[in-house]
Ligand binder design. Structure first.
Ligand code: C2E
Ligand code: CA
Ligand code: CA
Length: 249
């Protein structure tokens, strides 16, 4: 953190009905001077154990809110920025105020962001985070339940989480066209999400076949290698230009 070695890559999120890019998710990487690019699964857990995840989280959010503006389309519409928040950060009652001040600092409207929190993190700490989640929702901050289906939320807990989006975990998406239990998980997640008034997004979409199936069962949007891998800012700008040009044709 002191040596400023973290960089962000961004992955587009696509609305399945219109094909438009509605959002981008910021994903942190550690650009290590000797070891090269290190992926978050190799350091987020350590950062949490060492009590550094909060500092890292604010650094990432500050950087992403700055960088997202360059992804505006020709009508100056900036895609919604999806930020991953560690549940540890949500234990702090000051988080909501600090978060909205950061939005003001960058002149990004509250509708311009969504906070993704893993289902397992939420369920484990629900009694402690519910206050912060509710305050965030009262400030109209959008909340997404990430890795949905892996954290075993009970219906009763799910209805208490004031989320606006449900994100189906990529492990269900992966085999949903061959494995009926995964397909049922994905289908039911979409139904539950809609039933609770949430939008549903699928992550890890790699094939047309998966996309077709997701579209058929009413999923709202998708993200995955089929569209693009997470890219450094300058490469995403180029990808967006090409994508929009193809859409206009
Ligand atoms: P996540 O939030 O579930 O992010 C999605 C992961 O799936 C990303 O891995 C992304 O690169 C990968 N992915 C995207 N499309 C595809 C696809 O089509 N197929 C496959 N197989 N994978 C795909 P990544 O970037 O390695 O991030 C891993 C996890 O690290 C994230 O999972 C998230 O939980 C965490 N993370 C990333 N950035 C941050 C951050 O800034 N703060 C916190 N607290 N956690 C972060
Ligand atoms: Ca995420
Ligand atoms: Ca996920």
């Amino acid at each position: 953190i002191e040596r400023n070695e973290f960089v962000l890559h961004y992955q587009p999120q696509i609305d399945l009905a219109s094909g438009t890019v509605t959002g981008v998710e910021a994903l942190v990487r550690w650009q290590h001077p000797e070891r090269g690019l290190i992926f978050p699964d190799d350091f987020i857990g350590r950062a949490e154990e060492l009590g550094l995840i909060d500092d890292l989280g604010w650094l990432v959010m500050d950087r992403a809110l700055d960088e997202v503006k360059q992804f505006a389309n020709k009508n100056q519409v900036v895609p919604r920025l999806a930020l991953n928040a560690s549940v540890q950060s949500l234990l702090d009652l000051k988080f909501p105020d600090r978060f909205t001040s950061l939005l003001r600092k960058h002149d990004i409207p509250v509708d311009g962001v969504i906070l993704e929190i893993t289902e397992s993190g939420l369920i484990n700490e629900l009694s402690h985070t519910l206050d912060v989640l509710t305050r965030l929702r009262m400030k109209s901050v959008h909340l997404s339940i990430d890795d949905f289906g892996t954290g075993y939320a009970m219906m009763q807990q799910l209805v208490n989480i004031p989320a606006t989006e449900l994100k189906i975990d990529r492990n269900f998406v992966k085999n949903m066209h061959v494995n009926s239990s995964d397909r049922i998980m994905a289908e039911k997640s979409i139904e539950i999400g809609h039933e609770l008034g949430m939008k549903v997004i699928a992550e890890g979409v790699e094939t047309e076949q998966q996309l077709e199936l997701l579209r058929r069962v009413g999923c709202d949007s998708a993200q995955g290698y089929l569209y693009s891998r997470p890219l450094p800012p300058n490469e995403l700008v180029r990808w967006l230009g090409e994508y929009h040009a193809r859409m206009d044709r």
